[in-house]
Design a protein around this ligand. Structure first.
Ligand SMILES: [Zn+2]
Length: 252
């Protein structure tokens, strides 16, 4: 998961009036997936990252013991969005225009962005997958919910290929791709049964709580498509974290 701060830059025009342009910027303290700034060191890089170490509901996890429950279905109301894709130095992320939602029971969250991890961060019964898509949502109060779509090597995923055809050549530059629309609904499996639990962001600052919905059915992606991402990001995956008494519920 990516955490973004909302900053503002001001620009003076020729006539002296000032326009405020909201701009998304990455958190500045550097972190990485290996080496001296790797996952075991995140909490010491910046005090703002302390939850990566002291948190009790950290993500990702290995999903092993679950409680089957009569959970409401996730209702997906995703609309097409103009493709805005950025390589932020940790992953490839697609920013989503307002107006796409999930509803679970009486709780509604808006889709803000999705991004990729290779290999998957989530494990099921100890097994990882080739990749995962994290679809990041926020409700009106700023509570976060992430839908994870696991990807396993198989047939070509034509919806993903559209993004792979437009991968940014530079880092940290949001590229709006003229005339290309994508729809996050195209990445969802037909069967949308899920696991749910309380977790965190899987990248600094590892904020808790985040409500996770991990779809049980993986989608397919060709091994060639996995390779394209792996060349950019061979391993953008945080190790699985302790469960610490959390209950994982599973829809029937
Ligand atoms: Zn993620």
């Amino acid at each position: 998961m990516k955490w973004r701060l909302f900053g503002f830059i001001t620009t003076a025009t020729l006539f002296g009036s000032v326009a405020i342009i909201p701009q998304e910027t990455e958190h500045h303290a550097h972190w990485a997936y290996e080496g001296k700034d790797g996952p075991n060191k995140w909490a010491t890089i910046d005090p703002a990252y302390s939850e990566c170490k002291v948190g009790h509901h950290q993500s990702p996890i290995d999903i092993r013991h679950t409680e089957k429950a009569g959970l409401p279905p996730i209702q997906f109301d995703y609309s097409p969005t103009p493709l805005k894709i950025v390589d932020n130095g940790h992953t490839v992320m697609v920013n989503y225009a307002p107006g796409s939602f999930i509803t679970v029971g009486d709780h509604q969250y808006q889709l803000t962005q999705f991004h990729f991890h290779h290999p998957s961060e989530e494990h099921i019964h100890g097994k990882g997958f080739d990749m995962v898509i994290h679809m990041v949502h926020s409700d009106a109060s700023g509570n976060l919910a992430v839908v994870a779509v696991l990807l396993k090597a198989g047939k070509v995923n034509s919806a993903l290929q559209i993004m792979w055809d437009h991968l940014p050549k530079e880092k940290n530059k949001v590229g709006a791709v003229e005339g290309v629309l994508i729809n996050a609904a195209d990445f969802l499996p037909v069967n949308r049964g899920y696991y749910t639990f309380v977790g965190s962001l899987t990248t600094p600052p590892c904020t808790e709580p985040v409500t996770w919905f991990v779809l049980k059915t993986p989608e397919e992606i060709s091994s060639g498509e996995v390779e394209v991402f792996a060349r950019l990001y061979p391993h953008d995956t945080r190790p699985t974290q302790r469960l610490e008494g959390r209950v994982i519920r599973e829809s029937k």
